[in-house]
Ligand binder design. Structure first.
Ligand code: ACO
Length: 429
């Protein structure tokens, strides 16, 4: 029962609309009764001002640059947690006990193998297929390999673990196959991140030994991507899930949405942009000027965010990780210097200042991935693995929420009014 109401006057009629207040003081007007009582709907393209749900998972304050999962600041998770622990936190709502963490790791190992028949699928994708297209198709295909229904919380836990573990194996496997190399199987003696690196880079001729700093950097990278409340791909997952489609189909839709260059695909585009600057010798000033031009669709990739109107806290951490890891790996990447110069130029330009455009998580993430040895076309796949906990948790929360319905917004029709059909013989040429 609401204790606060907003007053709305439409067509001379006064309406009391309940106000919902979140635990961090965020306020929303509940407009669910608006259409029935007044005939009006709301108009909000891109849903920039629409609260689509109540959620317990992630809190963001775009003005202050705050990001917390289940209440815990992203800075503390990045510094002290691992990706597996953060995934547990996001999906289960609390940090695991020592025993829960051990059990979770055993289950992740149990689920790490991919059905051998899946390799046949991989072999048949054209060589130039983008790994995101392959991943989306393969995650959807998981339903055919694991058709059992999800009826209990235990079933859900099993599916969550399966997704976290197998998607990582599938990603490494698709990389190996795309290069025509032998697939490396997961190893139970490695942690989640070390296991992935080993599956990516080990080979019969060049044995790979995961470096502790690289493993730590990958943990941080995935923690920083673990969830981001109602972003585009998460909404895709929830939209598909709201029709009661299975979780694999829903997450496959999220992978497709994430592929887009305005969303997760930006990490690949940032590196392409920085490489182009490096190779062409274009001046930073010109690049910034080009991104400002209205007649040019090229934006400064890795800049701007729907919610953050200040520095993305994840980008701050990512930049620090680059500064720490690159020298340790003895990587002298000219793209890091270009990125820093670009950031400095943009942040002192009134266009970017006035529009509150700051680096987002994708601005520095590609530089870190390059240093680790991840090929550019796999960057968005790396993001997808990291975002799995968020997609899984948000899918479940939406599915369990009695207030949620099939996602089906309205529209304001602006087309022709009733128009008679004209037979082909009577139409003008
Ligand atoms: N470079 C230049 N101008 C920009 C940029 C940019 N990167 N981002 C926004 N703007 C401008 C827009 O042209 C617009 O100007 P206008 O008001 O004069 O028309 C204004 O800033 C607002 O931008 P919108 O596109 O309306 O903002 P929206 O919230 O819809 O978009 C988005 C956010 C998609 C992230 C946008 O900033 C963008 O395209 N950035 C580049 C791509 C990118 O880095 N994506 C990754 C986002 S983070 C993530 O998904 C993990």
């Amino acid at each position: 029962m609401a204790t606060e109401y907003a007053k709305l006057i439409i067509d001379g009629k006064e309406l009391q609309l309940p106000v919902i207040t979140g635990t961090e003081g965020e306020k929303a007007i509940d407009i669910r009764s608006l259409r029935q009582t007044t005939g009006f709907i709301t108009y909000d393209p891109g849903f920039g001002n629409t609260g689509s749900c109540k959620s317990d998972i992630t809190f963001m304050d775009g003005e202050k640059g705050i990001l917390r999962h289940r209440g815990i600041p992203i800075e503390e998770l990045a510094e002290q947690s691992t990706f597996v622990e953060t995934a547990y936190l996001i999906i289960n709502g609390k940090l695991p006990s020592r025993q829960e963490l051990i059990t979770n790791s055993i289950l992740l190992n149990d689920q790490s193998m991919v059905h051998e028949d899946m390799q046949i699928f991989y072999q048949n994708f054209p060589r130039l297929s983008h790994p995101m297209g392959i991943l989306s198709a393969m995650v959807n295909a998981l339903r055919s390999f694991y058709p059992e229904l999800m009826q209990t919380d235990e079933d859900f836990q099993k599916v969550a673990i399966r997704l976290l573990s197998k998607v990582r194996t599938m990603a490494a496997m698709s990389y190996k196959i795309s290069r025509g190399h032998k697939v490396i199987y997961p190893r139970a003696d490695y942690t989640y991140c070390a296991n992935f690196l080993n599956m990516m880079f080990d080979s019969p001729v060049n044995p790979y030994n995961p470096d502790d700093d690289v493993v730590a950097a990958l943990n941080t990278f995935w923690i920083l991507h673990a969830d981001h409340e109602q972003n585009c791909s998460t909404m895709a997952v929830k939209t598909v899930g709201s029709a009661k489609a299975n979780i694999y189909a829903s997450i496959s839709a999220g992978i497709s949405a994430l592929w887009g260059t305005l969303h997760g695909g930006a990490n690949q585009k940032v590196i392409e942009m920085l490489t182009e600057i490096h190779n062409s010798g274009a001046s930073i000033k010109d690049v910034v000027e080009r991104a400002k031009r209205k007649d040019n669709p090229v934006r400064l990739m890795g800049f701007g965010h729907r919610v953050y109107k200040t520095y993305d806290p994840r980008a701050k951490i990512m930049k620090k990780v680059c500064d720490k890891v690159l020298p340790k790996l003895k990587v002298d990447d000219p793209l890091l210097d270009i990125a820093k110069q670009l950031e400095e130029a943009a942040l002192s330009d009134s266009y970017f200042i006035d529009k509150n455009l700051y680096p987002n998580v994708d601005f520095y993430s590609g530089i870190l991935l390059r240093a680790i040895g991840i090929p550019t076309n796999m960057f968005t796949v790396m993001f997808a693995i990291g975002r799995l906990p968020g997609w899984i948790a948000q899918w479940k929360e939406n599915n369990d929420d009695p207030e949620q319905k099939i996602i089906r917004p309205r529209q304001i029709y602006m087309g022709e009014t009733v128009t008679p059909y004209v037979p082909l013989s009577k139409r003008l040429e």
